[in-house]
Design a binder for this molecule. Structure first.
Ligand code: BGP
Length: 483
């Protein structure tokens, strides 16, 4: 039987890459899989602006061996992926689909054969459709359905999988589904649901973590948060107040439960400030106390740069199409705060800051404020448009440049004692981007979507391979000394 203790005995540091089920698996209706909310949305909604879907995606369902082979050849020693809930339980609760369990068994076993540590996320945005019809994450019953689903995964995969995360980016997911309105069920500027989603998602996570402990699964479990490290524009008139409200808006409903096992101490005050009703469970203090994770997964892309509310009603600034926008990205919450625009910082085609320094500041902030927890960078990467040369190869120098800077800032934080134990580049290969379809690319490996999904490693894939070889050998020397 595999043991968690052996994971870090054998690996000085986890170096890998990440994907999510809906974005890469395809096989949307194969072998008994149920429908997901994203299948329905992409097939039927006029709000699917790119007219793409994940029906085939990168077809990881059939290409998984090839993809795992490439990870191993690229010297990666870990792989973060998510499980499609509706592949395991087609309706979200009730009947289990054995073929779904078999698929993930094969993926896990093949990872292990290649000495790649599997790191599983149980929920990465793809809610089973039947559950969405029952009100999705606004319905507190979902927290029990999620717990039942988690238990099935622990029972079936817990003997081999030692690294777990309950939910991917509960905060950003709640934001896109209820405030931006670009993810199903497409509510816009609905702050009430935004906060209720976060509460229910964290409750679901706490219940699953409690089951993990009760079942005595040998391994570690945490949650994955979208970074959102808050920085206040120096021109702000009330910087402390703005920091507090923005930090609550972006981070605290996730970080306090997962790192401290409790809701934020300022919750009641913030309910007054933002003016929402939160439907709370009676024994919440006890339930949330179970939700403390063993580590924090951080998806590190950018920060939240904020200032005082200027004027005007609540509004989202979100650039869904990558056409080179120079507008700010973010939000205005009437009477409370709003996002600011930093002229000094470079931006990508989606108007999003490309600001590798935030890797360091985010890690340091968590170290200082939350008892120096174990952290894994569960996503970090650079999305852009790409053109292959005649042979299909992509020279993604821009990605390499940003990648290198992010890693160097991560190393600075580690040197100052931040307890980072792993890094996952987003993404392993090209895949479906939720709002940008197949045009915005993140992969280390190019997928030729027009030509039988052929896999062609990019320049960054080789760059990362060499980086890992270099750093693992340094790490292993240290490990050998300490063992
Ligand atoms: C994160 C998600 C990923 C991935 C990434 C890039 O928030 O966890 O699933 O999609 O962002 O985002 P996008 O594809 O929208 O650019």
């Amino acid at each position: 039987m595999r043991k968690f203790d052996d994971v870090f005995k054998n690996k000085a540091f986890l170096w890998g890459s990440a994907t999510a089920a809906y974005q890469c698996e395809g096989a949307w209706d194969e072998d008994g899989k149920g429908l997901g909310e994203w299948d329905y949305f992409n097939h039927h909604s006029p709000l699917n602006i790119n007219q793409e879907d994940g029906d085939t995606a990168s077809d990881f369902y059939h290409f998984y061996k090839k993809d795992i082979d490439m990870m191993a050849e690229g010297k990666q020693n870990t792989y973060r992926f998510s499980i499609a809930w509706s592949r395991i339980i087609p309706n979200g609760y009730g009947q289990v689909n054995q073929a779904g369990i078999e698929f993930y068994n094969q993926v896990i076993d093949y990872c292990l054969e290649k000495d790649i540590e599997p790191n599983i996320t149980l929920f990465h945005y793809d809610l089973p459709l039947e559950i969405a019809k029952e009100g999705g994450w606004l319905n507190v019953k979902i927290t029990d359905y999620f717990n039942e689903y988690a238990k099935i995964c622990f029972e079936n995969f817990g003997d081999r999988v030692k690294l777990w995360a309950t939910i991917n980016e509960p905060r950003y997911y709640a934001y896109c589904t209820n405030v931006v309105g670009n993810y199903p069920p497409n509510r816009k500027l609905d702050f009430q649901s935004y906060f209720q989603y976060q509460y229910n998602l964290m409750l679901a996570s706490a219940k699953a973590i409690r089951s993990f402990r009760e079942m005595k699964i040998d391994g570690i479990i945490g949650i994955v948060h979208d970074n959102g490290n808050v920085e206040v524009d120096p021109a702000t008139k009330e910087p402390e107040n703005i920091f507090e409200v923005a930090d609550f808006f972006y981070n605290r409903l996730i970080l306090c439960p997962t790192l401290l096992g409790q809701l934020p101490s300022e919750l009641d005050k913030m309910i007054q400030v933002f003016g929402f009703t939160l439907l709370r469970v009676e024994n919440e203090a006890e339930l949330f106390s179970y939700g403390k994770g063993d580590y924090l997964g951080l998806n590190l892309y950018n920060r939240q740069y904020v200032t005082d509310w200027q004027k005007g009603s609540s509004q989202v600034f979100h650039n869904n199409k990558g056409t080179g926008s120079n507008n700010k990205e973010g939000i205005r919450v009437e009477n409370i705060f709003e996002s600011s625009f930093d002229e000094q910082v470079r931006r990508n085609k989606w108007g999003r800051e490309v600001n590798p320094r935030v890797m360091y500041t985010a890690l340091k902030e968590i170290q200082d404020r939350y008892e120096n927890p174990m952290i894994m960078i569960t996503e970090n990467g650079h999305g852009c448009y790409e053109k292959p040369d005649a042979s299909g190869h992509v020279e993604d120098d821009e990605r390499i440049e940003v990648f290198q800077q992010f890693l160097s800032y991560m190393q600075d934080a580690i040197d100052e004692g931040v307890n980072v134990t792993g890094y996952y580049h987003w993404s392993t290969m090209d895949l479906y981007s939720w709002i940008n379809g197949y045009k915005k690319r993140y992969g280390l490996v190019r997928v030729d979507f027009d030509n039988q999904l052929e896999r062609i490693p990019k320049k960054s894939y080789f760059w990362y391979r060499d980086y890992i070889i270099n750093h693992l050998s340094q790490g292993e020397e240290k490990l050998a000394k300490s063992n």
